[in-house]
Design a binder for this molecule. Sequence first.
Ligand code: DX5
Ligand code: ZN
Length: 215
Amino acid sequence: MAIIAPSLLASNFLNLEAECKMLNESQADWFHLDVMDGRFVPNISFGPMLIEFFRKATTKVCDVHLMIEEPEKYAEAFKKAGADNLTIHIEACRNLHRNIQQIKELGMKAGVAVNPHTPVESLKDILADIDIVCLMSVNPGFGGQSFIPYTLTKIKELRKMIDERSLNVKIEIDGGVTLANAKSILDAGADVLVAGNTVFKAADPIATIAQLKAI
Ligand code: DX5
Ligand code: ZN
């Protein structure tokens, strides 16, 4: 069964308490929290301070997706804020292996995200050291974009790389996930579906989460 990770980026920030309550009452597994610095991506969202509030609002997994330069400078702050999973971008790290070790030493699950232009082969040498690969199925920076179809090929390639070595790495798909394409994404071999607009702009978000979960 897929792990469903609604992205709070698409939630109503004037009503965060109600949004968290809704997710807590739903079948959502993870809170996907998108941190953007205006340098790695052309948008700015929020930082550890808000993660601390989300941490207090839920016992579900806080899945923090850092779209920032120099993530090593902030790993400790995100741990203190309550992150369970910390995902950093391969394109933002000069010393990725060291940064992964830092995240694990801090006691968090380590994720590596790759942009649409980055081949999954570039993960080969660190795949055994990480818990999650976040395949970006849109260019990071904004919610509400369309799913890039080539991602399905990348999912299949990555699934093969993981299974051939019997590794315990989750494949997370982030960007443009809808009720219409979720099945093909899971059939290709994904484990985790991030969904922002599909969940929060739905007439009935709880039912939409249940529908994603039932696929
Ligand atoms: C994009 C973010 C995504 C985004 C997904 O940079 O990493 O998590 O919020 O939003 P949707 O599901 O609306 O594409
Ligand atoms: Zn994300």
